[in-house]
Design a protein around this ligand. Structure first.
Ligand code: ZN
Length: 353
């Protein structure tokens, strides 16, 4: 009963008389792709990447000046982190904060969930994407997990964690200094809930995990990227947001507390590798989400999985890709064919090991 995953797409065209080509007839192509698990549409638009690329580069002088401006009184810089950031109450954590390598785990001053914490990732106030070293991300993960372990002792009903990176203002971060969020609630976020429900339905119908099936189908395929310590990396067939989006899957582990050090290191290595690719392509800003099933049980039908995307550049124009279609209409749009992106990433990672 495996191999039931269908990669469905429909191609549509529009004809225009193009002023850039002396009003010669031009054909635009729109490819509607259905996410094989959720059914959500993503429209793949060839050549859109080159059309929007001028908004994706950064004004490096502006970026440097913002780095300097935000360094003054930055609460996450090493000289301030012990005096200007919140601490956990003593009954939760005697020492108040968790330190792992350079990572510092602190409660969020203004949270986004009933248990909302931050992991300061580096001593440096600003990092180029190529400088997000494996060790720094790994230590950040370990700090986050140390917190989650304590949380499950104190408050077992708070069982749905998400790790999220928002780096620089185009990615929605109000603080420049490299950090990660860990948001944990008694109820899953919308996307997590959708993936859990659809994965359970798939398992009940097909008697096999969707995630297992997906990897079986993608492993040797044109969207597969690489493997890091058993973690599989690929470009999704129908991306959520579609700007350099990749997905990682932790095989057979349904929640973050089940991951071993090898798997955490595989995730850190893959993120670091992808950030070097983003840097090479001229990006400075990114988001990552790492999704987990409930921490108090193992689910055979769900695998811990990650998504990461690059974001637009830092420019005076303040262009954002969070426009009406993805943000309010909840549809997806990919500015490049996922298979072409996968090819470009592979070409980079195979020569930059
Ligand atoms: Zn700082």
């Amino acid at each position: 009963m495996s191999h039931v995953i269908n990669f469905e797409k429909t191609v549509k065209h529009a004809k225009i008389l193009n002023p850039l080509k002396n009003f010669a007839e031009d054909t635009l192509t729109f490819e509607y792709r259905t996410d094989p698990l959720t059914g959500r549409n993503t429209t793949v638009i060839k050549d859109m990447l080159s059309y929007v690329s001028k908004f994706l580069t950064s004004d490096m002088e502006l970026l440097d000046s913002l780095v300097e401006k935000t360094r003054t009184n930055c609460p996450f810089c090493p000289e301030n982190v012990r005096t200007k950031t919140p601490m956990f109450p003593k009954d939760f954590l005697e020492e108040g904060r968790i330190f792992v390598g350079d990572a510092v785990v602190i409660p969020n001053l203004m949270g986004h969930a009933e248990r909302s914490i931050l992991v300061v990732l580096s001593r440096a106030h600003h990092l180029k994407l190529k400088d997000f070293a494996y060790k720094l991300i790994f230590d950040g993960f370990k700090g986050g997990v140390t917190y989650l372990k304590r949380l499950t002792e104190v408050e077992p009903s708070t069982r749905f964690p998400v790790f999220a990176f928002n780096y620089l203002p185009p990615a929605g971060s109000s603080i420049f200094h490299p950090h990660m969020q860990v948001l944990t609630r008694d109820r899953p976020f919308f996307l997590v809930n959708l993936l859990l429900e659809k994965s359970r339905a798939y398992y009940e119908k097909n008697k096999v995990s969707y995630w297992k099936d997906l990897l079986r189908k993608e492993k040797a395929g044109e969207r597969h990227l690489f493997e890091t310590e058993g973690i599989e990396w690929l470009v999704p067939f129908a991306p959520l947001r579609g700007l350099n989006e990749v997905q990682a899957i932790v095989k057979g582990k349904s929640n973050l507390l089940e991951l071993n050090d090898k798997e955490w290191s595989g995730l850190a290595e893959g993120i670091s590798k992808m950030l070097r690719f983003y840097h090479k392509e001229g990006y400075v800003s990114f988001n990552v989400i790492l999704l987990s099933g409930p921490m108090n049980e193992h689910l055979d039908y769900f695998d811990v999985n990650l998504r990461m995307i690059s974001r637009p550049g830092i420019q005076a124009l303040s262009f954002t890709d969070a426009w009406a279609l993805p943000y309010l209409l909840w549809d997806g749009e990919a500015v490049e064919e996922p298979e072409r992106l996968a090819e470009r990433i592979r070409a980079f990672t195979e020569t930059n090991k």
